[in-house]
Design a protein around this ligand. Structure first.
Ligand SMILES: [Zn+2]
Length: 671
C-alpha cells in the first residue's frame, strides 16, 4: 500500500466542480496553486450525475476533473459518491428509504436517504464503487479513497422491516439460542419472553420504556450495519486498488457509531470538526486526541473544517481572525498530518450556500478568508518534511467505551443528568490544563505503557475489563474511577452482591446505595489533610460507601451519609485505585489530576503560562517537535527546556525562551 502520508502535510478540501462551468475549474486550479493546495476531496455527492438513470453511467465529467487534478499535481481524495442516492432510486426501490422509530418513511430531497440494511442500496452502491475503482485504478491523481460521507450523521438508525430481519440475523450470531437472548435481555420482566425469532423486533415506538437489552443491542447492531455498508465498498476497493489507502470521515465523539470498532478497517482515520467559536481549547483538543488514539497513535487527517462560518447553527458568526489557523495547528499538535476544509468554492445554491468556503461568493483571492487559507497552506508546506509521520506520546489514558455510552444513557437511567461524554470531558479538561498528553482508549486496551488511567462512569464492565484494570494497578499503575461504575455486565444486567461489582476488590470499597441528586441538591467533600486539604462543593450524585481496605481521603459533609467516604484510595499490588463517589468541583478535579500525575510520575510536556497549550510529537529519528498554541488575547513568553531549537515557521534558531503573539502559534524542532 502507498504511504498514507508521504512527506507532505495534506492540504485542501472538498471540491465540487460539477456545480460549476468548466471555465471556473481553471480559475480553481490557479487559486489552489496560490493556496498551496495538494489534495482535493471530490465526487462526494456525485451519484446523481454519474448515474442519471439505472445502469446508465457517465464518467466523462469525472474523467476531466481527475485529469485536471493530475495535470496540476493535486491528489484526488476520490469519494465513492454513495452518500446521497439519485432520486430515481427511491422511486424504483421505495423500501430503500429509511424508517424512523415512529414508523415514518423518510423521503429523498436532502441526503443520506437510505436504509443501511437495504439490499437494493448496498447492491447499487457496490456497483457504482466497482465501476469507479476499475475506471480510476491506475489514474495518477488517485491517492486516497473517501468512502461515502459522515456515516450515520442524519440517519443513525432505521427501524424498517429489512432492518428487523437483519437484526434477527445479527442476534442469532450473537446469542446461541433464543433462550440466551431471553436471559440477556431479562425478558421475564413485563412478560416480554420471546418464543419465536420472528417476534423479535427493533425497539420501535411502544407504549412505554423499551427493553434496555433490546435497545442496547439495536445500537450495537446499527453501528455494525453502517460498518457493513462501509465494508461493502471497502472490500471492492481493496480488491481492485490494493495500493490505495481507504478512509471515511468520522465526526468526533459521535455517539451512534463505535469508531473503535470501525478503526481497524480504515487505513487512515479522518475527522470532520466544526466547533462553535465558544468551544474552549481543551474541548477541541479532546476530539483530536480521540482521533490519534483510534489507530494507536497513527497520524490522522482533519478531513473537514470550516474556513469561517457554518450554516447549520441558529446563528453562524465568523471564525474570528486567527481561530481557523490555531485550530488547524491544534490538530497538527495532537497528531494530524493533513488539514482540509469543507469546502473549496462556496456553492451558489443548495442547503449549504452560506457555509463558508476558501473561495467565497466573491470568487477571488482578495479577501480575508482566502488569504488566511493561503497563508496556512504556505506554512504547512514549509513544515511538512519536519512534521509528517511524527507521533504523540502519552502516559495518561482516559478510558472510553461506546457500548458503555449507549447503556448508561438508556432513557430510564437513574439520572437524566448523567452524560457519559460530558463526564469524560470533565476529567480531560484539567489534564489538558496541565499540558499532559492523553490518549483515549477502550477499557480492554493494553495499558502497559501508561502510568495513569482515568475511567469516568465505567458503568458497564465488559468481559476482561476488571482483570485488565487489576493488572494495570497491580504492576504500579494509578487508576481513578468514579461513581456509578461496575454496575452492569455487557448485557446491561446488574452485577449482584453489592456495587461496584467486579471492581469491588480493586477499589477496596462497597457501595451500599447510590443517590442521584436533583439540580437543587448539593453536598460538600471535606478533605482534612494532605495536598488536597479543603472543602469542595459537589453535585449530581452521592453514594453510601463502606471501606473494605481502601482509605477515605475525603468525606461527605452533609445529609444522612455525612462523614461517609466520598473520595477513596486503595493500595492494590504496586499501585493505587482511586474512587470518587460524587461529581467534585472543577477545583477539586484539577487538584486531584495534578496530584495523581505527580504520584504517577507523569510530567507536563512543559510548564507554560495559562492559556498556552503545548504538545510534542516525536519523529522516527527520535527528535522532538514542540507545538505552542497561544489561545489568549495577549502575547506570552514561554520558557524552553535546555538546548537549541529551530523555529520551523521562520527558520530562526531559538533557545531559553520564546514569545508567542496573541492567537499565534510556534513550532519548534529540538536540535
Ligand atoms: Zn431499515
Amino acid at each position: 500500500m502507498q504511504e498514507p502520508f508521504p512527506a507532505t502535510i495534506l492540504y485542501g478540501g472538498d471540491y465540487n466542480p460539477e456545480q460549476w462551468p468548466e471555465d471556473v475549474w481553471l480559475e480553481d486550479m490557479r487559486l489552489m496553486k496560490l493556496a498551496n493546495v495538494n489534495m482535493a476531496s471530490i465526487n462526494i455527492f456525485s451519484w446523481a450525475s454519474l448515474e442519471p438513470a439505472p445502469e446508465h453511467y457517465q464518467f466523462s465529467q469525472l474523467d476531466r476533473i481527475m485529469d485536471m487534478l493530475a495535470e496540476n499535481d493535486i491528489a484526488a481524495n476520490l469519494a465513492t459518491a454513495t452518500a446521497s442516492p439519485p432520486t430515481w432510486m427511491s422511486r424504483l426501490y421505495p423500501n430503500m428509504l429509511p424508517v424512523t422509530r415512529e414508523g415514518t418513511r423518510l423521503s429523498h430531497g436532502s441526503r443520506q436517504h437510505y436504509c443501511p440494511n437495504s439490499v437494493d442500496f448496498r447492491r447499487e452502491a457496490a456497483e457504482l464503487v466497482r465501476r469507479l475503482a476499475e475506471r480510476y485504478a491506475t489514474h495518477p491523481a488517485l491517492k486516497l479513497w473517501h468512502v461515502n460521507n459522515e456515516y450515520g450523521c442524519h440517519v443513525s438508525a432505521c427501524y424498517c422491516d429489512q432492518c428487523a430481519a437483519a437484526f434477527r440475523k445479527w442476534l442469532q450470531a450473537r446469542y446461541d439460542s433464543l433462550d440466551s437472548l431471553n436471559v440477556a435481555w431479562g425478558t421475564d420482566f413485563w412478560s416480554q419472553h420471546y418464543y419465536a425469532w420472528e417476534d423479535v423486533l427493533p425497539p420501535r415506538i411502544s407504549p412505554t420504556h423499551s427493553n434496555p437489552g433490546q435497545v442496547l443491542d439495536y445500537q450495537r447492531f446499527m453501528s455494525d450495519s453502517l460498518l457493513e455498508c462501509y465494508l461493502t465498498e471497502a472490500r471492492i476497493l481493496r480488491e481492485i486498488t490494493p495500493e490505495i489507502p481507504i478512509t471515511t470521515n468520522f465526526m468526533g465523539a459521535f455517539k451512534p457509531v463505535d469508531y473503535f470498532a470501525w478503526a481497524p478497517h480504515l487505513d487512515i482515520i479522518s475527522n470532520d470538526s466544526y466547533p462553535a467559536n465558544t468551544v474552549p481549547a481543551w474541548e477541541t483538543a479532546i476530539t483530536d486526541d480521540l482521533m490519534h488514539s483510534l489507530k494507536g497513535g497513527q497520524p490522522y487527517l482533519l478531513m473537514e473544517q470550516s474556513p469561517s462560518q457554518v450554516n447549520w447553527m441558529q446563528q453562524n458568526p465568523h471564525k474570528r481572525p486567527g481561530r481557523m489557523r490555531v485550530l488547524s495547528y491544534q490538530n497538527l499538535a495532537h497528531g494530524a498530518d493533513g488539514i482540509m476544509f469543507f469546502q473549496w468554492r462556496q456553492s451558489q445554491a443548495g442547503a449549504e450556500k452560506f457555509h463558508s468556503a476558501v473561495v467565497t461568493h466573491e470568487g477571488n483571492e482578495h479577501n480575508r478568508i482566502f488569504q488566511q487559507a493561503a497563508q496556512l497552506g504556505a506554512e504547512l508546506k514549509q513544515l511538512s518534511a519536519d512534521v509528517v509521520g511524527s507521533r504523540t506520546a502519552a502516559q495518561v489514558a482516559i478510558l472510553m467505551d461506546w457500548q458503555n455510552w449507549w447503556a448508561i444513557e438508556y432513557p430510564q437511567r437513574p439520572s437524566n443528568r448523567l452524560h457519559y461524554w460530558e463526564q469524560i470531558k470533565t476529567y480531560y479538561a484539567p489534564l489538558h490544563g496541565l499540558n499532559v498528553a492523553v490518549d483515549l482508549l477502550q477499557p480492554d486496551s493494553d495499558l502497559t505503557n501508561y502510568r495513569l488511567v482515568v475511567a469516568p462512569l465505567l458503568y458497564m464492565l465488559r468481559p476482561g475489563v476488571p482483570k485488565n484494570l487489576e493488572k494495570f494497578v497491580e504492576r504500579g499503575g494509578i487508576l481513578l474511577t468514579t461513581y456509578f461504575s461496575g454496575i452492569v455486565d455487557q448485557n446491561d444486567r446488574v452485577a449482584l452482591g453489592g456495587y461496584p461489582g467486579e471492581l469491588r476488590k480493586l477499589l477496596g470499597i462497597h457501595v451500599e446505595e447510590f443517590d442521584p441528586w436533583t439540580e437543587n441538591m448539593t453536598n460538600q467533600i471535606v478533605i482534612e489533610e494532605g495536598p488536597l486539604l479543603g472543602t469542595y462543593p459537589c453535585t449530581l450524585w452521592g453514594e453510601v460507601v463502606h471501606l473494605e481496605g481502601a482509605r477515605a481521603i475525603g468525606v461527605f459533609a452533609n445529609d444522612y451519609y455525612a462523614m461517609g467516604p466520598a473520595l477513596t484510595v486503595h493500595q492494590f499490588g504496586q499501585g493505587q485505585a482511586y474512587y470518587v463517589a460524587t461529581q467534585g468541583s472543577n477545583e477539586l478535579l484539577a487538584g486531584l489530576m495534578r496530584l495523581l500525575c505527580q504520584q504517577a510520575s507523569v510530567s507536563p510536556v512543559l510548564n507554560v503560562p495559562n492559556g498556552i497549550e503545548v504538545t510534542q510529537r516525536v519523529r522516527a529519528d527520535g527528535r522532538v517537535v514542540y507545538f505552542f498554541l497561544n489561545h489568549t488575547d495577549k502575547p506570552e513568553v514561554v520558557a524552553l527546556p535546555a538546548g537549541k531549537f529551530t523555529s520551523l515557521l521562520n527558520g530562526k534558531e531559538v533557545e531559553r525562551q520564546i514569545e508567542i503573539d496573541e492567537r499565534d502559534v510556534a513550532v519548534l524542532l529540538a536540535q
